[in-house]
Design a binder for this molecule. Sequence first.
Ligand SMILES: [Zn+2]
Ligand SMILES: [Zn+2]
Length: 138
Amino acid sequence: MNTEQVITMLRKNGHKVTPQRIAICEAVLSNKEHPTAEIIFKKISKQHPTISMTTVYHTLDLLKKLELVHEINFDNRVTRYDSNVSVHVNVICQKCGKISDYESEAIQSQWNRIVSAIKIKPVGQRLDAYVICEDCKG
Ligand SMILES: [Zn+2]
Ligand SMILES: [Zn+2]
């Protein structure tokens, strides 16, 4: 989804579109590394020094409600944001916390089968694989 589409979507849903909000949306939606709110905040505050953590959280919440990002919560209370909202496996390194996405048509078709078997359309899903990544192995 490009910036124009995000702006249109925010407006359509009655939300104010501010330069800060746009910057946050762009930073989250273009980041494939499943960033935390803090990482987004640090990135944005370089260009928007007046930005607050509250604005970041509000905007992330908004994106979540519009189903443009998924929230991934962990036991240690760290929340990461995933801009990939299609069915995929999050490959998570248990040492460094790096998350990369694994996608394939097989997952999608298998998932469709599971969904038709449970007969209730899920409102979301989360598929995780826990690994020790190549960088952490050595
Ligand atoms: Zn992901
Ligand atoms: Zn690692």
